[in-house]
Design a protein around this ligand. Structure first.
Ligand code: FDA
Length: 302
């Protein structure tokens, strides 16, 4: 892992800067990849995506949750966003991070919160994706998913191709709607592939397994090499276009997003919004150092 990546992952964990950034409004170029700090501005972006045939998965941003009060506040913001999806009548579902609603505080408390969210979403016929965080939270996230699936169908999760265990996880989750990604956190060589080539190979392998399983597959990547290989594979195997979709993050390769939707592929854009944009933005800078140009230009032009 490069020095730059480590640097920005480090910054993403800086709680003091995170707290300060909440008061700044969107700064450092974050407005390019975060769709505003409130529901109204975020919904404007979602409507524009919908007008281009693109659906949205909305993330009400929130990090560094340490108290039940903070987790409850985050849960309420998510419930409000679900209601807004209904009121605005947009084509969208939600992505939720379990640490945001109390996973680090108490598992039973977190389970209660996510049950409330998934139940509310089920009433509106909205899907909830449990985002996958770092390795320390993975097993708990899968355990909570398992519990939720006993009662609800409108829930799925993310599997990260950089982890050795992911092939087994995909096999165990054949019937579940999965988002497949390369993986965004810094994980040890004991549990994860470290080389891009190995990660890419495993990523394609997982995609091919899940595309042939009953569960719906969301292929979340900006990597055109992977996308081209997926297109060739679904054509070769005659996999119907309603069995999978592509996903990308808001503000990334926007023209390619529209082009894929125009080509007839289902497409969903991950739309983060909220005052808590700082750690999300630092992780994006860590992934793609070219994005630093965005941040620098924005700082210089201020
Ligand atoms: P990668 O960064 O490996 O890029 C491969 C190649 O694609 C580059 O070399 C370049 O050629 C091209 N490319 C990439 N970005 C480009 C750009 N902006 N412009 C031009 N060319 C570009 N992670 C996680 O751990 N848990 C999660 O829950 C999620 N959720 C999630 C949702 C969605 C919708 C997405 C898109 C991603 C995630 N991720 C995630 C993040 C994911 O794990 C991964 O870190 C990033 O997507 C970066 O990897 P890529 O597959 O995009 O390609």
């Amino acid at each position: 892992m490069g020095v730059t990546k480590n640097f920005f992952i480090g910054l993403s964990k800086n709680q003091a800067l995170n707290s300060a950034a909440k008061k700044w409004g969107l700064k450092l170029g974050a407005g390019k990849v975060v769709a505003g700090t409130d529901i109204k501005s975020m919904m404007q972006s979602v409507k524009e995506l919908n007008a281009n045939g693109i659906s949205a998965t909305i993330d009400s941003l929130g990090e560094f949750v340490h108290t039940e009060e903070e987790a409850t506040k985050a849960k309420e913001a998510i419930l409000k966003t679900l209601e807004a999806i209904q009121i605005y009548g947009v084509n969208a579902h939600m992505s939720v991070k379990l640490t945001q609603i109390g996973l680090d505080i108490d598992t039973a408390f977190c389970l209660k919160n996510i049950q409330e969210i998934v139940a509310a979403a089920a009433n509106y016929d909205i899907f909830i994706n449990l985002d996958m965080e770092d390795y320390d939270h993975l097993q708990q996230t899968l355990d909570i998913l398992k519990t939720l699936l006993q009662e609800y169908e409108n829930v799925g999760t993310v599997i990260q191709a950089y982890l050795f265990r992911s092939e087994k996880d995909v096999e165990n989750l054949q019937n579940v709607r999965l988002r497949l990604v390369k993986g965004a956190y810094k994980e040890s060589a004991e549990v994860s592939y470290q080389e891009k080539k190995e990660i890419d190979e495993n990523y394609l392998k997982l995609i091919k397994i899940h595309l042939q399983a009953p569960g719906y597959t969301s292929i979340a990547t900006h990597d055109h090499h992977i996308i081209e290989q997926v297109k060739a594979f679904v054509k070769e195997k005659n996999i119907s276009l309603d069995r999978f979709e592509f996903q990308m993050l808001y503000g990334f390769r926007s023209e390619m997003q529209k082009d894929l939707a125009k080509e007839g592929f289902s497409f969903t854009t991950y739309v983060p919004f909220g005052k808590d944009w700082y750690a999300y933005y630092m992780r994006r800078l860590a992934e793609r150092p070219q994005n630093i140009n965005l941040a620098l230009k924005s700082m210089i032009s201020k």
